[in-house]
Design a protein around this ligand. Sequence first.
Ligand SMILES: CC(C)(COP(=O)(O)OP(=O)(O)OC[C@H]1O[C@@H](n2cnc3c(N)ncnc32)[C@H](O)[C@@H]1OP(=O)(O)O)[C@@H](O)C(=O)NCCC(=O)NCCS
Length: 160
Amino acid sequence: MDLRAAEEAEIDHLAKVWYDGWQDARAQILPAELTRVRTLESFTSRFQEALPNVRVVGPSGAPVGFCIVKRDELYQHFVSAQSRGSGVAAALIADAEARLSEIGLETAWLACAIGNERAARFYEICGWHRAGTMVNHLEVPKGEFSLEVWRYEKSLKRSA
Ligand SMILES: CC(C)(COP(=O)(O)OP(=O)(O)OC[C@H]1O[C@@H](n2cnc3c(N)ncnc32)[C@H](O)[C@@H]1OP(=O)(O)O)[C@@H](O)C(=O)NCCC(=O)NCCS
């Protein structure tokens, strides 16, 4: 699988993968107030900031999925609808876990929207466990949006 760093020229394409995935997985289960500010333009500008931490799978110019890590968090993980169920998501998460482990992290975490059952199932298959719920402070144009989410964790300790 072609796993690599994202390129600047791919930002618009990746923002669309993010926007479409957000619409599929979250728009129906999250507050309308949040959905309203998650525009395509907002994802484009967030991608510009995150670019050094983005890894993708897929052809140059048209990646089919991406993963972003941020400190000890698996921050964003999206795969286009046509590539779900193909193993792309698993390749991306394995790569992200390896990056987090390389920096010496023992436990990584991620936030999953409450009710995003497909993502929850996927993370559990990949060895993550639901530690409980937490309030996540999401970046929005006018500050922060507090949202209760499922918190997943995974131990990255290598066995001796
Ligand atoms: C989350 C995501 C990256 C997972 O990748 P994927 O390729 O869809 O994952 P897989 O198909 O390998 O695994 C999903 C599992 O959930 C199952 N599943 C599918 N729809 C489901 C549903 N509505 N409820 C519960 N489980 C579901 C699948 O059958 C599969 O389980 P199985 O292997 O036992 O059959 C991908 O679905 C995605 O990008 N979704 C949109 C964005 C998103 O939600 N990102 C995560 C944010 S926390």
